[in-house]
Write a protein that binds this ligand. Structure first.
Ligand SMILES: Nc1ncnc2c1ncn2[C@@H]1O[C@H](COP(=O)(O)OP(=O)(O)O)[C@@H](O)[C@H]1O
Ligand SMILES: [Mg+2]
Length: 319
């Protein structure tokens, strides 16, 4: 088993809202990602996935806890060696429309990192690198001189991937890179990311709310609810035998390919709404919506606990 490349320990990220209140977007989250692995991070909109991902790579200051990248504190590195960190750690954004500068040519967008890090010996070398990157992501040479708005969503996301790869990073935060794309295009982008990972030994933190797609790309999956991890485990096991009542509910909404299983699939409908992260419930955050809640759930916050090899759940049912 590979060494962890990213180690997240009791990470907290609170936002100040109004004069006094704090919004606990990420509240005591711990996990590790091994080199060459993809960790999928799923959960409903607003549960803190983006904030968690961005705090993990030092884009956001943290409120508490720590993140180690290759053994070094990300937030210290971000201040002391920002260039070195951005050479290693890149990001692919959710919105391929908003994340590409409309006034720059595709070639210049892709070469941003090459320029910042001085990775091209001369303009010929720079051009060659751009061509190679376009080819790598399934675009062609002629695309270099065009502008992002001339491209489809899937092609724009390919441009975003080429831009991230230009500096030959080791770790990529993929924040819902396929959510804005047509379903038919989603698989193409996922396949491209998988291929690139294999060829280049990349590590991904892959954020998604679509559970069916994340299954195909992730080696392990973490499920977030209201700023905290409810469950984390090997992808296949988590999908076959979800432990947390929240994971069970999320998965029950995903259609299954096997028609027999699909026919007997029962959708678990959750009562109520996600509570506010400004005033999360005491004890277990999920308890108000949990059909299996017990008295202890309103008193003690369940800690993430390993209940099977590499499979942890934060739920009093498993104590
Ligand atoms: N810059 C910010 N200032 C204040 N609140 C924020 C900020 N960014 C995110 N939030 C809040 O933090 C919570 C988590 O948001 P986010 O990380 O974007 O969730 P997700 O990516 O899972 O949809 C939400 O309640 C959101 O409104
Ligand atoms: Mg998000």
């Amino acid at each position: 088993m590979n060494e962890p490349i990213l180690e997240v320990n009791h990470l907290k990220k609170y936002f100040k809202v109004g004069r006094k209140a704090e919004l606990k977007a990420v509240d005591d989250v711990s996990f590790a990602i091994r080199s060459g692995e993809t960790l999928g991070l799923v959960g409903e909109s607003g549960c803190g996935k983006t904030t968690c991902g961005r705090t993990c790579i030092g884009m956001y200051e943290k409120t508490g806890g720590s993140v180690l990248y290759k053994g070094k504190d990300v937030h210290v590195e971000k201040k002391q060696h920002p260039l070195a960190l951005s050479k290693d750690v890149q990001m692919i954004f959710q919105d391929p429309y908003a994340s590409l500068n409309p006034r720059m040519t595709v070639g210049d967008i892709i070469a941003e990192g090459i320029d910042v890090h001085g990775l091209a010996a001369n303009s010929k070398d720079r051009k060659e690198q751009i061509m190679e990157l376009l080819n790598l992501v399934g675009l062609n040479k002629e695309h270099a001189n065009r502008f992002a708005h001339e491209f489809s969503g899937g092609q724009r996301q390919r441009i975003g991937i080429a831009r991230a790869l230009a500096v030959d990073p080791r770790f990529i935060l993929c924040d819902e890179p396929i959510s804005a794309l047509d379903v038919s295009i989603q698989a193409q982008i996922v396949n491209l990311l998988v291929k690139l990972q294999r060829e280049r030994g990349l590590t991904y933190l892959f954020i998604a709310h679509d559970l069916s797609m994340v299954k195909h790309i992730s080696h392990r999956v973490g499920v977030m609810y209201l700023g905290a991890l409810a469950e984390i485990g090997p992808s296949r096991e988590l999908y076959r035998k979800p432990l947390h009542p929240y994971t069970q509910a999320l998965l029950s909404a995903v259609p299954v390919a096997d028609p027999k299983v699909e026919k007997s699939r029962e959708i678990i409908v959750l009562d109520g709404e996600v509570p506010s992260p400004i005033n999360p419930p005491e004890g277990c955050r999920f308890r108000d919506r949990c059909k299996l809640a017990m008295p202890i759930c309103s008193e003690i916050t369940p800690k993430l606990k390993e209940v099977a090899p590499d499979h942890s759940v934060a739920c009093h049912l498993y104590n």
